[in-house]
Ligand binder design. Structure first.
Ligand code: NAD
Length: 272
């Protein structure tokens, strides 16, 4: 018996990186998983992500492991498309029990995105991908969870939403992630009476194949940023373990929290 047998999970931004690890972890626990992404083969944009794939998509990987999965390709910033996906999931599987609102990320360079210099187009793009996408996803699943009086929602912030980068770069991203964390506290207050737990995780530097390709792999104990207590960057699995905690009965009395998964970081680290 898997801990999540009979549950239906939706993971956004699950074609690669950390979202892919969430989707695979929830499937391994027995959940049926809707894999959502603007491009279900986005892994192809990074050699390292493509090399890590064991199938043509996260959906195929889950199915090959004996799980149940459906893929949905749409822009998380399009509210109607998000609602249509959730309707399709409920039609196919009868419920929407778990949401991991993971789609998001930053755009633009650190140097060009300080609090006063970031361009309006970048503010809009990043806010659509992060805060708006998260809000649309939560609004779409909530009525289905309320109907069944059970639900688990995990939103995704960042250490960049807790600490400001030295120099002030990536302000649009950090502000979005801080907003997601605070939105989640309101969400928890609203949905708690229906036994729907809502929590937010804040990853630190997580070494997806994309991040390794862009930033290089950490160089071992004391050479990695001394500001990280555990002296290593995180892995997608480090985050997926916390997702398992937040989606199973281990966290029945945990809601409205922000959980950093950052190895004990005391400062933000570049654009994450
Ligand atoms: N990797 C890190 O170090 C790190 C640190 C802190 C927070 N995070 C957050 O964790 C989440 C996942 O990070 P990642 O490193 O795996 O990112 P990633 O860029 O590797 O993957 C993000 C996925 O989301 C999809 N996506 C992007 N825009 C979308 C849209 N508009 N609609 C639907 N899907 C869209 C992409 O196609 C991609 O598959 C993001 O919210 C990110 O901000 C990551």
């Amino acid at each position: 018996m898997g801990k999540l047998d009979g549950k239906v999970a939706i993971v956004t931004g699950a074609a690669r990186g950390i979202g892919r690890a969430y989707a695979r972890r929830l499937a391994s626990l027995g959940a049926k998983v809707a894999v959502c992404d603007i491009n279900l083969r986005s892994y192809a944009e990074y050699e390292g992500e493509a090399a890590a794939m064991t199938g043509d998509s996260t959906v195929d990987e889950i199915r090959a492991a004996g799980g149940d999965s459906i893929g949905f390709e749409f822009d998380i910033g399009e509210r109607d498309a998000v609602f249509a996906m959730v309707d399709d999931v409920v039609k196919a599987w009868g419920s929407a029990d778990i949401l991991i609102a993971n789609a998001g990320g930053g755009r633009g360079s650190i140097a060009e995105t300080t609090a006063t210099t970031v361009r309006p187009e970048l503010i809009e793009l990043v806010t659509r991908m992060n805060l708006f996408g998260t809000m649309h996803s939560c609004a779409a699943v909530a009525p289905h969870m309320q109907e069944r009086r059970w639900g688990r929602i995990v939103t995704v912030a960042s250490i960049g939403g807790i600490h400001a980068n030295v120099g002030g770069g990536y302000a649009h991203y950090g502000a979005n992630k801080a907003a997601i964390a605070h939105y989640t506290r309101f969400l928890a207050q609203e949905l708690g009476p229906w036994n729907i737990n809502c929590n937010c995780i804040a990853p630190g530097v997580i070494e997806t194949a994309r991040i390794v390709q862009l930033m290089g792999r950490h160089r071992g104990n004391n050479e990695v940023a001394p500001a990280i207590a555990l002296r290593r960057h995180g892995t997608p699995e480090d985050c997926a373990k916390v997702i398992e905690f937040l989606c199973t009965d281990l966290s029945d009395y945990v809601t409205g929290t922000l959980i950093p998964v950052d190895g004990g970081s005391s400062i933000a680290s570049g654009g994450v």
